[in-house]
Design a protein. Structure first.
Length: 274
């Protein structure tokens, strides 16, 4: 717990500083690093025989997508990264048939594509949200909902949890904790709206409550989804990159699901206006 608090105490202020004071491309660098580590961790955990160069291929493709998004070339970057990764990994597969052992499996190609293209595209929603105005409130929105929903689930589950939610995936999660996560996520989104209103922005509190509900819903689903991958491969954490938190995927599994969901909600009905 001590290491967890130390990492959070350093990481959260640093994250907030970049969101509020750095240009969008500066924030995109942070997301690119997150995406690259997520790609590496996914392949390291799931590949039958991990090939470090595949982690590098996927990591480079993953990092390029948030960066391209920040400079207004998101979809072009995705197309280039997807095609380049597709060609490279299939070339690796074909060349591997020259030897009897160590052949590249099609499943490994699919994993590389998931880690190098799919997950980074979802994470890049953290950058695409910043293309809206006002920038910083939209960038912070995902983290407000995810962090508060996670905290609500943890504290309510710890104090009132009686009924297991999905014991085969996450033995400590409870139905009561999940409900607490929903409540905290909704209340946090509404309180965030009030703070923005006091700062002079026009805010639709009712819409933010909807953001909080769906953000918590998909965030909890994302947590369980990536737990399922860990259980399938018999690991507790994706890595030990962040002491007390596990790996980048352990820390941002909910975010991978929540950010694109909020992006869609913002496109449908923006809740924060100048």
């Amino acid at each position: 717990m001590k290491n967890r608090l130390i990492v959070a105490g350093i990481g959260i202020p640093a994250l907030l500083a970049v969101i509020f004071f750095a240009p969008l491309w500066g924030w995109a660098i942070v997301v690119a690093i997150m995406a690259a580590f997520c790609a590496w961790e996914l392949l390291h955990t799931t590949m039958q025989a991990f090939q470090p160069r595949f982690g590098i291929y996927a990591g480079i493709a993953a990092a390029s997508i948030p960066l391209g998004t920040a400079f207004g070339a998101g979809y072009l970057t995705i197309r280039i990264a997807a095609y380049a990764l597709f060609v490279v990994i299939f070339a690796e597969m074909m060349l591997s048939f020259r030897r009897e052992e160590g052949r590249i499996l099609f499943a490994d190609l699919a994993l590389a594509f998931t880690g190098g293209i799919v997950i980074p595209f979802l994470l890049a929603a953290l950058v695409r949200l910043g293309l809206n105005e006002p920038k910083a409130p939209y960038l912070l929105l995902t983290f407000v909902i995810v962090w508060c929903s996670d905290s609500g689930a943890f504290f309510v589950g710890r104090s009132h949890g009686r009924h297991k939610l999905a014991p085969s995936l996450s033995p400590h999660k409870t139905i009561e904790g999940s409900i607490g996560g929903f409540v905290w996520g909704i209340l946090a989104a509404m309180l965030y709206g009030l703070v923005l209103h006091w700062c002079g922005l026009h805010v639709r509190i009712g819409l933010l409550a909807i953001y909080g509900f769906f953000g918590s819903l998909v965030g909890q689903a994302g947590d369980l989804a990536f737990s399922a991958v860990k259980r399938e491969h018999g690991v507790k954490d994706y890595s030990n990159l962040l002491p007390g938190h596990g790996g980048m995927l352990d820390r941002f599994d909910s975010t991978i699901f929540t950010a694109p969901a909020l992006e869609l909600l913002v496109l449908w009905a923006p809740a924060i206006l100048k």
